[in-house]
Design a protein around this ligand. Structure first.
Ligand code: MN
Length: 229
C-alpha cells in the first residue's frame, strides 16, 4: 500500500550527452558574477561580491520544450548561463578540489520576472517569485566533464529570433567555477544532483511571446526554447 497521501512528485532529471539522465536535487544560482552585468543592474562589482539564490528543481525545462510566458509579469528577461552539474557532494570544498566534484556542464537560461525583482529589491523582499517561478529554468543537455573537460574560458552567448542579444566569455566570471563551488559549499553541503547556474554576462533584456531562444556555451552545448504564445 502506498504511504504517500497525495501523488508522489516526479523525479526531475536532465538528459546527459551520450545517454542517461542526471537526477536533480537542488538548483542554485549565482547573482552578479560578471562585472558588466552587475553594472547594468545598477550594482558596483568592486563593492558587492556575487551571492546565491535558488530555483525549485521542477522549474527546469528540458529537451527543448516550449517555455510558457509566465503570469504576473510584463517584463520577462533572458539570462544565459553556464550550469554546473555536481556529481560528488561535499562541504568546505577547496577551489583546487572543486573540479573533482563536477559531473558536467550545460547551457541554461535563468529567466527572470524583472519587474517583480525590481519591486522586491525596492521593498527589501526576497527574490523567490522573481526567479523561482514555474518553467523559469530552461536547460540543455549536460555534457560530462570526462568528455569535454572543465570549462574556465570560452564564449557564452544568446540569440533571440536569430539576433545576438548576449555575448561574453566564461573567463570574465568574478567567481570562476572553482570559487563558486568553494563559496557555496561553505554555506550548504553539496550533493550529487545539485545544479548551479553560474551567472549571466551583460546584455539581458525583455522577451516576447513567441520568441525563439538559442543559448550557447562554446565546447559545452546549447539550450533552446520558444516562449509560449
Ligand atoms: Mn542569473
Amino acid at each position: 500500500m502506498d504511504r504517500y497521501i497525495v501523488p508522489q512528485p516526479p523525479q526531475i532529471a536532465v538528459p546527459v550527452l551520450g545517454g542517461g539522465l542526471f537526477p536533480v536535487r537542488r538548483v542554485y544560482c549565482v547573482g552578479r558574477n560578471y562585472a558588466a552585468h552587475a553594472r547594468e543592474m545598477g550594482g558596483n562589482p568592486e563593492r558587492e561580491p556575487p551571492f546565491f539564490f535558488t530555483k525549485p528543481a521542477d522549474a527546469l525545462v528540458t529537451g527543448g520544450a516550449d517555455t510558457p510566458y509566465p503570469p504576473a509579469t510584463e517584463n520577462l528577461h533572458h539570462e544565459v548561463e553556464l550550469v554546473l552539474a555536481i556529481g560528488t557532494g561535499g562541504a568546505d570544498i577547496t577551489p583546487a578540489a572543486a573540479p573533482g566534484h563536477v559531473f558536467g556542464y550545460a547551457a541554461g537560461l535563468d529567466l527572470t520576472r524583472r519587474d517583480l525583482q525590481e519591486r522586491a529589491k525596492a521593498a527589501r523582499q526576497p527574490w523567490d517569485m522573481a526567479k523561482g517561478f514555474d518553467a523559469s529554468g530552461p536547460i540543455g543537455t549536460i555534457a560530462p566533464a570526462t568528455v569535454i573537460g572543465h570549462k574556465m574560458a570560452g564564449r557564452i552567448g544568446l540569440e533571440v529570433n536569430g539576433q545576438l542579444r548576449q555575448s561574453g566569455d566564461l573567463r570574465d566570471m568574478i567567481w570562476p567555477v572553482p570559487e563558486i563551488i568553494a563559496a557555496l559549499s561553505r554555506l550548504v553541503r553539496l550533493a550529487p544532483g545539485d545544479l548551479v547556474f553560474t551567472g549571466t554576462p551583460d546584455g539581458v533584456g525583455p522577451l516576447r511571446r513567441g520568441d525563439v531562444l538559442r543559448g550557447a556555451v562554446d565546447g559545452v552545448g546549447f539550450v533552446e526554447t520558444r516562449i509560449g504564445l
